[in-house]
Ligand binder design. Structure first.
Ligand SMILES: O=c1ccn([C@@H]2O[C@H](COP(=O)(O)OP(=O)(O)O[C@H]3O[C@H](CO)[C@@H](O)[C@H](O)[C@H]3O)[C@@H](O)[C@H]2O)c(=O)[nH]1
Ligand SMILES: [Mn+2]
Length: 677
């Protein structure tokens, strides 16, 4: 091929390759959407099958994981609301246990959790008595619309509601004052106790005034700074009794009447894993793997559901909905995880920064649901425990199960804890009706939470959540799909879970950067979709290729944007003057693409705005963020550390207007420069 101006040939080639790239990726994107599948959980059928007439239940055991790091960036009020919504959810209390992981190791979280457990003693029976929804108090008390009364004591409702609200205000005030209270107490204790010993002069003291807090101290000190403290485990609420226990009748110091409701609370455990300098703690994935081991030793449920600290249970039937899919006679046994879409509160009405991401959650994931299942998106997901232990799904299990076990499970794959290894066979057993009493010693529990436990094991690799990647979620889901497991997408009305979204553009852009950087990283890692074996469905493979290579488009898009202004640099037009057939082609192509977009949003039940935001953020992403993601990969390949998992700061508490004011609070980020140009 020739051109009058041979200097321009490289530009021409880029545009040809670019056109090809866009054509092919567009096609690949479309074919993964050809067989969308909507699944509706039949919770009433589940009830008919598993609820016993005497009030008992045959539902399987469940472990709930919830993570948090920083009481400031992730406001405690939200975290504790999540805890309360979990404790009050509609699942048999003796059948589930909650593990709260505090990666900061701070006393304020510990005491906040204690307060929440205390408050739950009246909040949970209140929810049960009056069947309120949602069961996170903050959202419940400030809901704009309430459904019809569904409880059993309509006459008492208004009084109870008022009292509960007052109690909640008090709880909030105490939560708010916690940091200051701890600080004051510690200063007083230090003055009294630690004058002589310099080492503990600035200790943080627990409520009894005589015990030093093991985790991080208010002011960093040797052995107690952020990222340097021993492991802490505290069972805040014990495993409840097997039979219902009615609450207290109304009295002068306890005005709510709970004499007709079960007042038991589910088990609740506080965990702060050991942190030591010199170890890579692997952020969220590391924290969840510790939860996985500790829960195996304490309650060992066959199913696990995980939450980020800012996501709460909005629909108390959600756990049951996920269980429906896990126990489904058709492909339940092959299902490794059930993913719910992420939904957010408090996004500004026009969703300026595309936080809702509806195109992804409602169109893309539904498309995948018709193949091998949606990818794991980090929160609001129920897992099958044995799948995380890298077991094979039933349909791919070789006939001779023993042989399979020997070949898959390598020595020291899971670390040295014999109790943990002994717990593994029971984890596969869904029919266990009574939780195994925890017989493990404290030493063994502590050992499972140390940094050294994972040395030389497969944790973070072929076991548990995957390490060393900015998007541990997509990779972990991929690893399960690669082993032949499927997953199921579960959307329900009202939304199962809700969370908070980053409200200012800076945080949002960093989030996109982490996702796109992590995706590319995955493509160039041993988790590249091209390398997976035959258990990965061909279409699912295509979907994962799309999911991991999309940031590459940035190169072509940026070039296309430069073409029209090339003459600024060269003083000459390289662009051919548009001719009619060309213009016609362009118009037809654009029209078709838009038309297909419209069909898609109609089908997924979305609005035009969702779509516009999606397109808009795609352009912002491709011009502003993805080039950085590409750079990150380049740096990584040169051995330099790239994008890290920077915690997404959540909005601060305050009035709605105050919160939305942050919308315009753009700290000037280099990421946006190219977009603006
Ligand atoms: O050292 C750490 C860092 C983070 N977290 C927790 O990880 C969760 C997610 O962090 P966040 O900053 O809220 O990330 P988002 O940008 O909101 O994360 C989205 O994208 C992540 C993958 O990039 C997923 O893991 C998340 O579930 C998904 O919500 C939070 O609960 C944190 O408390 C830890 O437990 N330990
Ligand atoms: Mn989040």
């Amino acid at each position: 091929m020739r051109h009058r101006d041979s200097d321009a040939m490289w530009l021409w080639w880029i545009s040809v390759v670019g056109d090809l790239w866009f054509g092919v990726t567009w096609l690949l994107n479309q074919i993964t959407k050809l067989r969308p599948r909507k699944c509706v959980p039949s919770i009433s059928v589940l009830r008919d099958h598993l609820d016993q007439p005497d009030g008992g239940s045959d539902l399987p055991l469940l472990d709930v994981f919830i993570n948090t790091v920083d009481p400031v960036d992730e406001p405690m009020l939200y975290t504790m609301n999540s805890i309360l919504s979990i404790l009050a959810t509609d699942y048999p209390v003796e059948k589930y246990a909650t593990y709260f992981s505090d990666d900061g190791g701070s006393l304020v979280h510990y005491e906040g959790l204690q307060l929440a457990a205390e408050f739950a003693a009246s909040w949970v029976p209140f929810c049960r008595k009056h069947c309120v929804e949602p069961r996170a108090p903050e959202s419940y008390f400030w809901a704009k619309m309430r459904g019809e009364y569904a409880g059993s004591a309509p006459k008492e409702f208004l009084d109870d509601h008022r009292r509960m609200r007052a109690a909640y205000e008090e709880f909030k005030a105490r939560l708010d004052g916690l940091s200051a209270a701890i600080e004051q107490r510690s200063e007083a204790c230090n003055r009294a106790n630690g004058k002589d010993k310099e080492e503990c002069a600035n200790a943080t003291w627990m409520a009894d005034g005589s015990t030093q807090w093991q985790g991080t101290w208010i002011k960093p000190a040797k052995g107690h700074r952020k990222g340097h403290h021993p492991a802490i485990l505290q069972v805040m609420l014990d495993q409840p009794s097997k039979d219902p226990e009615l609450g207290m009748a109304a009295s002068s110091d306890h005005p709510l009447d709970f004499s007709a409701v079960d007042a038991r609370l589910p088990m609740l455990v506080y965990i702060a894993r050991e942190k030591r300098p010199g170890y890579d703690h692997q952020k969220k994935a590391g924290a969840m793997n510790v939860q996985l081991r500790v829960s195996a030793l304490l309650s060992n449920a066959p199913f696990i559901i995980n939450f980020d600290g800012d996501h709460y249970v909005n629909n108390s039937q959600a756990f049951r909905a996920a269980i429906c899919f896990m126990l489904d006679p058709r492909d339940g046994a092959d299902t490794a995880f059930v993913q719910f879409p992420q939904r957010f509160d408090d996004v500004d009405p026009t969703d300026r920064y595309c936080n809702h991401n509806r195109m992804f959650f409602d169109a893309t994931l539904l498309g995948l649901n018709g193949i091998q299942g949606p990818s794991f998106v980090g929160t609001g997901c129920m897992f099958r425990r044995v799948a995380l232990y890298s077991a094979d799904p039933p349909r791919w299990r070789p006939d001779d199960a023993k042989e399979a076990k020997a070949s898959r499970y390598r020595p020291n794959m899971f670390g040295k804890s014999t109790s943990f290894i002994n717990s593994m066979p029971a984890a596969a057993n869904q029919e266990r009706s009574v939780p195994s009493p925890a017989t493990v010693g404290e030493a063994e529990l502590a050992d499972a939470m140390t940094c050294a436990y994972e040395d030389g094991t497969e944790w973070g690799n072929d076991v548990g959540w995957v390490y060393n990647i900015a998007t541990e979620d997509v990779v972990t889901g991929f690893r399960l799909h690669r082993t032949g497991w499927r997953s199921t997408y579960c959307a329900m009305e009202p939304d199962a879970f809700r969370g908070t979204a980053p409200i200012n553009l800076t945080e949002r852009l960093y989030q996109i950067l982490r996702w796109s950087g992590g995706s590319l990283e995955m493509f160039f890692s041993r988790f590249c979709p091209l390398l997976a074996g035959r258990r990965l469905h061909p279409m699912q493979r295509v979907a994962y290729i799309n999911m991991t290579t999309y940031p590459v488009s940035t190169f072509f898009i940026c070039m296309y944007y430069l073409y029209p202004v090339m003459w600024l640099f060269q003083g000459e037009f390289y662009i051919q003057r548009p001719f009619q057939t060309f213009a016609l082609f362009v118009v037809v192509i654009i029209a078709t693409v838009e038309l297909i977009g419209m069909v898609e949003i109609r089908w997924a039940g979305l609005t035009l705005l969702d779509w516009v935001r999606n397109e808009q953020f795609y352009i912002i992403g491709t011009t502003g963020v993805y080039p950085m993601a590409m750079l990150h990969i380049l740096l990584r390949s040169l051995g330099i550390k790239g994008v890290s998992f920077k915690l997404t700061a959540k909005k601060l508490t305050g009035g709605a207007r105050e919160r939305l004011a942050e919308l315009y609070d753009v700290q000037w980020v280099p990421l946006l420069v190219p977009t603006v140009v």
